[in-house]
Design a protein around this ligand. Sequence first.
Ligand code: EPU
Length: 307
Amino acid sequence: MKSSQKKGLESIVSSKVEFDCSLKQYTSFSIGGPAAALIELESTLELQPLLAFIDGEKIVWRVIGRGTNIVVRDEGFPGVVIILGKGFKKVSGSDTLGNGKRRVAVGAGHNLSKLSVICAERGLSGLEFSCGIPGTVGGGVIMNAGAWGGDMSRVVSEVTVVTAAGKDVVTGERLNFSYRSWPGFKKYMGRGIVTEVALILDSAEPSEVQNRCKEFLAKRRKQQPVTLPNAGSIFKNPPGDSAGRLIDLSGLKGTKIGGAAISEQHGNFIVNTGGATAGEVMELINLMKEKIKSDHNVELNPEVHFI
Ligand code: EPU
């Protein structure tokens, strides 16, 4: 990155800009090379000028949320990585809409799992599935995060996207979610950032919602390798089946390349057993894809995003 561009970035944002910053510490996988620049943006007012500058300079950029669903390549990222800080983590009050429904607006940088705990305390039901999902609300919307039969599509009513040109509030048919994706976001790729999300939830007894959260959390701890660094499910499930089941059937659990291993607990997870590189993860991913194709004639597609 040119020094004029570095100075430009520093003049726009009030937070510290980290140059050549290792992304390892910003990913749940603890894997990845450096970003040319990393900004934890604190103020919503700084977002539009930042995007306008980056676009004008033709610098590539990405938002990484809590880095829970990504594999950052060992070469790193040549542009600006943005993390949504304090100003993007606010939770509104719960407005009553009638019919037992209530609306909550939340900043896209808020931790999704923590939001589900807040909703449970307030007696708001609908987000229990996300208890234990470690990513942000914004990331959860873009990939339509889901578990235990629930997903974001069932509770999201409005998504605010900010681009260099302005703000767009997306509602109704434009919220065309599908399995683990929000296709409507494609038009904003590389241009816009989800900054706020409104949810419509059902009024319920707080203790009942809290109990459901506890059950889901216990199931997650039992079935998934929550104590080792990982990036959640590596592959999307093929229609009508489970990627983890197929990987298990093929006897791949425990397979290790360097520090990266297919979890003994769940076949669709790769864990970093210590010092794994993105290259080793990619090798394992290719091995899993090839074996599942030859054993079951099923094409697995990654759920994780590569940076
Ligand atoms: N199974 C095996 N062996 C394994 C793993 C799973 O036989 O190693 C079997 C299970 O016994 C079960 C079936 O496969 O009969 C499905 O497994 P599981 O309930 O673990 O669900 P999944 O389809 O593997 C999905 C989501 C998870 C989510 C769980 C719980 C995807 C790609 N994954 O996993 O989401 O937590 O359901 O609802 O949709 C994520 O997206 O990162 C994620 C972890």
